[in-house]
Design a protein around this ligand. Sequence first.
Ligand code: MG
Length: 323
Amino acid sequence: MMPEGLPMAVPMENLPSRVRIHEVGARDGLQNEKTVVPTEVKAEFIHRLADAGLTTIEATSFVRPEWVPQLSDAERLFPLLSDLEGVALPVLVPNECGLERALAHGARGIAVFGSATETFARRNLNRSVDESLAMFEPVVARARADKIAVRGYLSMCFGDPWEGRVPVPQVVGVARRLMDLGCDELSLGDTIGVATPGHVRALLAALNEEGVPTSAIGVHFHDTYGQALANTLAALQHGVTVVDASAGGLGGCPYAKSATGNLATEDLVWMLDGLGIETGVDLGLLTATSVWLAGHLGRPSPSRTVSALSPNAVSPSTVSHKE
Ligand code: MG
């Protein structure tokens, strides 16, 4: 239950008045959950997210179905979302084949998925950084020619589980090349959640120096070490207005053996509401959505805000049985 009048909205200086949340629960979240959610449940999830006020909802991924079985129903899911007008529904595409499939289903926004490190590029795409950028080049060019918005994800921006430290100039170098391909937006991924606020500010400043404006940058933090909101606040203080988050904190962290992965959208909205920053999101509706989905997943949401607002929401009796 929402506590009446809380959080109190008390603004801080030098923060944006509005933030656009890039909701990744249906893609990044469900991709990293063990349970495969039925297509109809995914469609209802995305509709409920839209009803809660989210305007950018990453819907699914047009990768080879055997790569990500959780999202292998992209072709069946996308048509179920055709009534969602005024909501951007970007999809992940790795290559031209994925782009063809996405375009055939009417996708109007895509994302490519780059890596700041060689090891993760190899593990995730089976290619070097150079080879993966070469793979994205025709995808981005074709999308731009079709006036499709392109987001470039950049993973391992703050640390890599195999390589350890990732120098800021290395991240900036790959980011610059992604932007030079023609991406409209760059999402800085803290894939294993190791960033801290000073590191965030240093990377943002270095990107600005390399000609990547803050207005083109989104941040994608993971809460593995409890730093996601602190890092978000540091990014907002730098002028960032696009923040990625996952409803209910969906998606564990596949590279850190932790239950806590993506920043939970509810935790983010609680902070932004408290700062008086507009998001257009109704926290009560969003929380109810995450509690509902947790029933389908059979595990409680890792979001602190969801559990505070809905204590004991997922008990054995509320867990729906899968057919
Ligand atoms: Mg993520």
